[in-house]
Design a protein around this ligand. Structure first.
Ligand code: IPD
Ligand code: CA
Ligand code: CA
Length: 275
């Protein structure tokens, strides 16, 4: 008999501590005047993003000085490093945060050779802590999570997000959005990819797609969805990697139907493609 390799429980404890501490900092500063800079035309960074990331880097440096860190504001290895690497988003939903809209979280995953082992995502507004360990299931505040059982797109509520370069390719992004709006019960856009993924894991939403994501947006949430019984691939159906940029995460049942809509839309935009 073979058994799954044991994951050191202190890793998940550290992940949880990081996102809960992040939530404390986020809430303490939320709705107050703060410095907001632009990384691009519509891509913001607040002083709180930086403060939370500094806290996280100090925590990992103290506890795991030989582990790598990849986080949004101060970077990290451009390719998957060998061994353990913490992938962290100090605020997922920065645009919401900067506008005073209470939909944001912190997200972390510990990857080993690019594969997530543990994940924690904390929404401080709702006090919702989503966690997962590879092979150990997914949980919301300690209760087991399970994806929905919606069987068809017309019975499904979907969610997506828009990339920061959307101004230069509105037709592509909104065209696919329209294709799903024309088939699903409803489509939402919450502004936090990590929360989108947690809601798929919790069965509140049935499917999530988005192009042009970064590892810190999706590394934690993808593990939480798959540990809740869902299916996670990229948008062409190939295996998920957090560095793969695009993601499709569903309850599993509607996955192929969503892949079909994406494929149909791509072919309609580029009729001669064969991939
Ligand atoms: C963004 C959010 C948003 C998604 C963007 C992400 P940020 O992350 O997850 O929902 O649509 O693609 O970049 O910038 O708030 O950390
Ligand atoms: Ca993010
Ligand atoms: Ca962020």
């Amino acid at each position: 008999m073979t058994s799954a390799p044991l994951i050191d429980p202190l890793l998940l404890t550290t992940a949880i501590e990081a996102v809960v501490r992040a939530g404390d900092i986020q809430l303490a500063r939320f709705g107050r005047a703060m410095r907001v800079d632009k990384k691009g035309t519509i891509d913001l960074v607040t002083e709180v993003d930086l403060e939370v990331e500094r806290m996280f880097r100090a925590l990992i440096a103290e506890r795991y000085p030989d582990h790598q860190v990849l986080a949004e504001e101060m970077g990290g290895s451009a390719t998957v490093p060998p061994g353990p690497c913490w992938v962290f988003d100090p605020i997922d939903g920065t645009t919401n945060y900067a506008h005073g809209l209470p939909i944001f979280c912190a997200s972390v995953a510990l990857e080993v050779n690019g594969a997530a082992q543990v994940a924690a995502i904390f929404d401080p507004n709702r006090k919702e802590l989503f966690t997962a360990e590879l092979g150990g299931g997914a949980f919301l505040n300690g209760r087991p999570l399970r994806v929905s059982s919606a069987e068809t797109l017309v019975d499904a509520m979907l969610v997506t997000g828009f990339p920061y370069d959307i101004h230069s390719r509105v037709e592509d992004i909104v065209g696919l959005f329209g294709a799903f709006v024309g088939r699903a019960r409803a489509v939402r856009r919450l502004g936090s990819a990590a929360i989108d993924l947690c809601y798929v894991a919790a069965g509140r939403l049935d499917g999530f797609w988005e192009a042009d994501l970064k590892p810190w947006d999706i590394a934690g949430g993808a593990l939480i969805v798959s540990e809740a019984g869902g299916r996670v691939t990229n948008m062409t159906g190939a295996p998920f990697t957090s560095r793969g940029k695009h993601v499709l995460a569903t309850n599993g049942v509607i996955h192929d139907a969503m892949l079909h809509v994406i494929d149909e839309f791509r072919r309609s935009r580029a009729p001669n493609r064969t991939d």
